[in-house]
Design a protein around this ligand. Structure first.
Ligand SMILES: *[C@@H]1O[C@H](CO)[C@@H](O)[C@H](O)[C@H]1NC(C)=O
Ligand SMILES: *[C@@H]1O[C@H](CO)[C@@H](O)[C@H](O)[C@H]1NC(C)=O
Ligand SMILES: *[C@@H]1O[C@H](CO)[C@@H](O)[C@H](O)[C@H]1NC(C)=O
Length: 512
């Protein structure tokens, strides 16, 4: 196996404590004649009178001499592991033991990068990273929010080859849409747990259940693509990175490509990473197709993906648009109120759709695909989801639509560009598809669909009624130009509410 060369090796690390009354930036380690770098996470997550920071010293690989001592292993435990003749374990604060040995030039032996993740259920899905399961011993009452060291040996993993999304031999392309996973730092709390009959269960851990449901759905459906339509993370969590890794791990483990948009909660609160910082982390994860989108367009994550048929054709059979539907805003009109899709986004969508159509037409040849379907995904439903004339099929409205009070008329742009279906999240217990009557001479559509929530950390009830967690599946057939959808629901064996939304590239109205 080819390993990319690491730039640095870790030659030492330690933990230093400071008083939390000092500004965190002044906390430095001056104990040794080394250039210490600080990992920018308080290991105590702001829960103590102290702050604790991991400091590490790096040396450029090309400057490490043979016989110089480097770190070959790290253990977290109370008592010293046993030494051998040529290797000694040295103690550092926090229960850290470093195995230090002389550098032999074989970089696969050495720790080249370190990081910190939080939570008893923390995972590190980055290739070549190994999380040390035994938590740092920091004498805190953080319980489920323990800090764990994660280490990488060798250089960074080579970038994944970016294969085009293509339908399978049977001409089908399947997408699973997970929404509102509401993952936190640590296992979290499931508030609306219910048994198979909808009877309340006591509060339980949330995130391990979410990971299990997602995994079960992925194993049953084996999708070609997974979409996460916002509120991956719950409101104001302590460490966004730890939570994000938990959300995307089930797809990474199964080598399934995925895309994501942000919801109103993802970057809420004082501790959360910004949308752009989350996007940057997401782009570095394997199998991620998420993109920040054009800089001049409002929001983080306005982008599109194209899908091709199963041949080598370079003319897309489907285009998926992703938009940032922003967050909650103060408002005198209603509470909660949300920002509407902005004019720069509508303009970006329209221009992109038109130029992609032009490109398809220019490429047109005798073997070009007969149909092209445009779908769009974001978090917060459009005001049209509240329209009393919406014909609802394939699911239920269990709660009123919670969307922006201002209508920026993105819906009209979708109609004009012939988008056949929209997939939103946000309303956890709405899981329908609805269609508005065509206005004037326009074609019918798009379908306005909800996925329902698959996250155990968010609400899953309305009034006294509790509902089961679920996800929406979309299936495109590239030869018949059809789009089918169904759901996978906790406790239910098969497909739920299977419906045909589009046939021969055209929206199929609900049967009267
Ligand atoms: C290993 O060596 C270190 C450093 O000399 C020492 O602190 C530690 O106690 C030793 N471990 C054992 C099990 O003897
Ligand atoms: C330590 O020394 C022993 C005996 O000299 C040798 O067999 C062994 O490979 C060495 N271990 C390492 C990790 O260098
Ligand atoms: C619903 O449809 C009816 C009859 O077609 C029409 O009169 C009414 O204005 C529509 N309502 C809305 C909110 O569009």
């Amino acid at each position: 196996m080819l390993f990319q060369t690491a730039k640095n090796v870790v030659i030492d690390l330690t933990i230093c404590f400071c008083s939390s009354t000092h500004h965190s930036s002044v906390c430095q380690c001056n104990s040794k004649p080394l250039i210490w770098k600080r990992l920018e996470k308080d290991l105590l997550l702001g829960t103590s009178k102290q702050t604790a920071w991991l400091f590490f010293a790096l040396k450029e690989l090309k400057e490490v001499d043979t016989d110089e001592v480097v770190i070959t292993d790290i253990k977290i435990c109370e008592d010293s592991p046993s030494n051998t003749t040529n290797e000694t374990w040295v103690r550092r604060p926090g229960g850290i033991w470093l195995l230090r040995a002389k550098f032999t030039g074989d970089e696969q032996q050495y720790v080249t990068e370190i990081d910190i993740l939080f939570g008893s259920d923390a995972v590190d899905p980055r290739p070549r990273w190994t999380i040390i399961q035994s938590p740092l011993r920091l004498n805190t009452k953080l319980e489920g929010l323990v800090a764990k060291l994660t280490i990488r040996r060798n250089g960074p993993a080579p970038a994944q080859p970016c294969l085009p999304l293509r339908a399978n031999e049977d001409d089908k392309f399947k997408i699973v849409q997970f929404s509102d996973t509401h993952v936190v730092t640590g296992v979290g709390l499931c508030k609306d747990a219910s048994d198979a009959n909808g009877q309340p269960l006591p509060e339980s851990e949330a995130d391990p259940f979410t990971a299990r449901l997602m995994s079960e759905i992925l194993d049953v459906e084996k999708p070609d693509l997974v979409l996460l339509t916002g509120d991956q993370l719950h409101h104001d969590i302590a460490d966004s990175q730890s939570a994000m890794f938990k959300v995307f791990a089930p797809m990474i483990e199964r080598q399934i490509p995925y895309a994501a948009v942000f919801g109103n909660h993802d970057d809420e609160g004082t501790n959360a990473l910004s949308r752009m910082a989350q996007m940057a982390l997401l782009q570095k994860l394997p199998f991620s197709l998420a993109q920040p989108g054009p800089h001049e367009v409002d929001g983080a994550g306005n982008y599109y993906l194209v899908i091709y048929d199963h041949t080598t054709s370079s003319i897309p059979v489907s285009t998926l648009y992703f938009l940032d539907s922003h967050g909650q805003i103060p408002s005198n009109i209603k509470d909660p109120d949300y920002e509407a899709i902005k004019p720069t986004q509508i303009e970006w969508f329209t221009k992109t759709s038109q130029s992609l159509r032009k490109k398809r037409e220019e490429q047109d040849s005798h073997n070009s695909p007969a149909y092209h379907l445009s779908l769009a995904f974001w978090h917060i439903p459009l005001p049209e989801y509240t329209d009393p004339n919406l014909s609802i099929i394939g699911g239920q409205r269990h709660e009123p639509t919670e969307g922006p009070s201002v209508n920026s008329h993105f819906y009209d742009a979708l109609v004009k560009e012939g988008v056949v279906a929209v997939g939103c999240g946000h309303d956890h217990v709405n899981d329908f598809c609805g269609l508005l009557p065509a206005k004037g001479t326009t074609t019918t559509g798009p379908w306005l669909c909800h996925s329902g929530t698959c996250g155990f950390g968010g609400y899953c009830s309305y009034g006294t009624e509790r509902y089961h967690r679920r996800a929406r599946v979309w299936e495109i057939d590239t030869t018949t130009g059809s789009l089918k959808s169904w759901k996978r629901v906790e406790y239910v064996g098969g497909r739920v509410d299977e419906i045909v939304l589009v046939e021969k590239g055209v929206v199929v109205p609900p049967h009267q």
